[in-house]
Design a protein around this ligand. Sequence first.
Ligand code: KIV
Ligand code: ZN
Length: 538
Amino acid sequence: MNNNTVPSIDDVVVFFDTTLRDGEQSPGATLTSAEKLEIARQLKRLGVDIIEAGFPAASPDDLAAVQRIAQEVGTEDGPAICGLARAVERDIRVCWEGVKDAVKPRIHTFLGTSDIHLQYQTGFSRPQALETVRSMVALARSLCADVEFSPMDAGRTDPQFLIEVCAAAVASGATTLNIPDTVGYVTPQEWGDLISMLIAETPGAGKGSGVIWSVHCHNDLGLATANTLAGVYAGARQVEVTINGIGERAGNTSLEEVAMALQTRPQFYNLRTHINSREIVKTSRMVSNYTGMHVQANKAIVGANAFAHEAGIHQDGMLKNASTYEIMTPESVGWTQSRLVLGKHSGRHALKVRLQELGYELDKDQLNAVFERFKVLADAKKNVTDADLEALMTDELHRPVEYFKLEEIQVTCGTMGMPTATAKMTNPDGETVIHAAVGTGPVDACYRAVDAIVQSPNTLIEYSVHSVTAGIDALGEVTVRIADPNTGRSFGGYGADDDIIVASVKAYLAALNRMVAGLGLGTQVKPEGEAATVAIGD
Ligand code: KIV
Ligand code: ZN
């Protein structure tokens, strides 16, 4: 058994990032193993203490992805690597296989404890639930020194029973007690009171016991950050969060919001974190691009408008002194004035070095492919910034398997005539197929031409476009989400190009290729939500 655990210090709040597990449960946010590994590397740079890398028992792919993250990111100087397991023997043993190669491995096991979950999900009586907690936490502890237990739906669990469950988990070896508001039901006041009460009254888990109390909040009423901070104020020293707040339904607590609240209000909280806030925006963009989940413009900290000042009186104040309308600087969260890095005279070596500084390790073929695109971009656009490079990297390296490949796209539009597009593509048999279509606008015409070739009916549920940097020559980024009408599953896609129509087609095709591949369809057992095909406790 490995004895390395996450150290507990009273004035430090440890960040448990579950972007790769709860976040990946967002409809349409399926990530490939390579994307998960890169996000995990970035989470390490961001300074998170624990990465919940996945749910290893869900599928062999999930297990392999967790193992790889444990080996490559769970190093001596890296975060603890955690896997999720239902309170079921097989899940716990598979979870251990997933995390055991990390220097600091953690098993996170959970069981629904509210009457609703007991009645409708497991069919357990309260004594049966207590016995399951005891035996499964003990099993996890026999494998791993660092064990987290969550009483799922704690927000709607009888508080006295919650104390019994938490006491049983600690007595059986749990080192972290995570209290989830699984359905986003509680209010900040109630949540703070509950956490204080649990810390004070759970035998064996009070102050000085070494047990870390944790909170895991969902955002169904838009209260996830407020509830999490109320939990911290009441004594919780671990927060479970995701980048951009992605997750089941309305999502989880946003890492960036909690981190910046603690950093911006030290007089109020008087607590430290290990988060390097300057990495926040970069991490946010990476997660948004890979999942195809666009960040709304007015999202706190990471939205495009988070530091934009529109009203005249605000602009006037900002010019006189930024603190009139800004409580933190954009630079402190990584909104740099995109640094000018490279131009058309920059060579392959300069590009490689800058990409390495940005955290990308490329093999020769990848570097060649990115260099070709960099040259085209640098010709069209004098200054190529870090943000441009990141968009290029996402577009180049994170295309799903290209069953259908775009060769050429041509579109005519304007005030005269009908918008018409001609798409030339390669199909999975390697044949070239050409189709033309008219539409209500140029993007619609392109999508119809692509549809005629791919022939996979779908509904476009989200289309968003924005420019990577300011200026008429900026690179455009498009994210789309489409839904498969047969299964209801949604799929995201991302595309970047200096031609916004081309970026739109790339994004659409990426989502379509994911749908065609059936990524995740029917093969995954999710712990909660729409894809939970195995009852908890089976
Ligand atoms: O929301 C929840 O209850 C969870 C548990 C698995 C911790 O995600
Ligand atoms: Zn959750």
